[in-house]
Every structure is written in structure tokens, then in C-alpha cells.
Design a protein around this ligand. Structure first.
Ligand code: GRF
Length: 187
């Protein structure tokens, strides 16, 4: 799993799979030395590894991840753009969660509160989450799963963020589970 910040999704995913011996979190990777995710995964006996831009773009980290032979690479609040070397090495094996109903509110600069602010500014009555495969373009890979949540005029940006986070925590672990189990059935 890759995360750049808080890491509440990573935490929920670790908790979901804690009792499942068929699924192992082989690595938690972050580009941010101060990321909340580093503390959050300690309770699961995991040590997040911090990497820098050169590790990420010059092949060092890619090689390490190849050696781990992951069945799935999960981006959970990871803010750097995934390079083509990663996409080509792991076709249909990298997934991301986006805090809106793509293709709306996606693309460069559309992350975190920027997304919820735009949703609020447009007076949307519905927002949601999208789990999708990662390809060369930001937020444009094939959609795996979406779920909606209703909004009211009273919802502030923070309320929208909270509703979306709740949806993420509820669905992201089980979508990952389904993808992993589907893959092992196909082998
Ligand atoms: C989530 O809202 C996710 O959709 C987005 O980044 C946020 C990460 O939240 N990609 P957290 O770090 O898991 O709490």
C-alpha cells in the first residue's frame, strides 16, 4: 500500500485483513516522513518505509516492489503521479481510491479538500467514492467500484469529507478483498 498522509484507509484495510491468513500486507510505503500512516500501521506490527522522489522515479523502489511479488498495489491517499514504468510493470494491479464520483472532480489538483470544496461550490446533491485501476492519466483508469452518498445544503466541506471517508472505510477493504479472491480463483 502507498499513502502520503493521514492513512486512515490503510489502517482500515490492515484491520480488515488482520484475521485473514490468506492476505498479507507486504509493504506500506510513503513519500512523506511526517505521514500519519507511519504511526497508524505500527499497531499491526508493520513498519512503513519512507522513500524519496529518486527512489520512486529512478527504478530503485520499483525493483524492491517487483521482488515483493504483490498481487495488488493499493494507493490510499497517495499523491504522486504513478509513472509509466509502474503502470507497465503492473498492468491492472494498481488501484486507487478517489473521493468523488469520477469522471467528475478528477484530474490534476483534484485531491483531498479541493475535491470536496468543488463539490460544495457546485451545489451537488450527491457525491461518493470511486475505486479504479491506475493508468498513465490521473484518475482515468477503468472504474472498479463506485458508491454514492446524499448531500444536503447544510453540509459544510468538512461534513462532505466525513461522509466520503465513512464510505471509503466501509467499502475499500472489501473491494480489495474481492479483487484478491477473484484473482486467486482465476489462477
Ligand atoms: C481519501 O479521501 C482518498 O480518497 C484520497 O485521499 C484520502 C486519504 O485519506 N485519495 P486517508 O489518508 O486514508 O485518511
Amino acid at each position: 500500500m502507498f499513502a502520503s498522509g493521514n492513512g486512515s484507509n490503510v489502517e482500515e484495510i490492515c484491520r480488515f485483513f488482520e484475521q485473514d491468513l490468506s492476505v498479507t500486507v507486504v509493504a506500506v510505503l510513503t513519500n512523506n516522513l511526517n505521514a500519519g500512516v507511519i504511526q497508524r500501521v505500527k499497531q499491526f506490527g508493520l513498519k512503513a518505509e519512507v522513500f524519496n522522489k529518486a527512489d520512486f522515479t529512478e527504478g530503485g523502489l520499483l525493483k524492491k516492489v517487483i521482488d515483493l511479488k504483490p498481487d495488488l498495489i493499493v494507493l490510499a491517499g497517495f499523491l504522486w503521479k504513478i509513472g509509466n514504468d509502474w503502470v507497465n510493470t503492473f498492468p491492472n494491479k494498481i488501484i486507487n481510491i478517489h473521493p468523488a464520483l469520477l469522471p467528475k472532480y478528477g484530474g490534476k489538483g483534484m485531491y483531498g479538500h479541493h475535491v470536496h470544496k468543488a463539490v460544495k461550490a457546485n451545489g451537488e446533491r450527491v457525491t461518493g467514492i470511486t475505486i479504479h485501476y491506475v493508468n498513465e492519466a490521473y484518475d482515468e483508469g477503468a472504474i472498479i467500484f463506485q458508491e454514492e452518498v446524499q448531500l444536503t445544503d447544510e453540509d459544510r466541506v468538512e461534513d462532505i469529507a466525513k461522509k466520503v471517508h465513512t464510505l471509503e472505510h466501509r467499502h475499500f477493504p472489501s473491494v480489495i478483498d474481492q479483487l484478491l479472491k477473484k484473482e486467486s480463483n482465476e489462477v
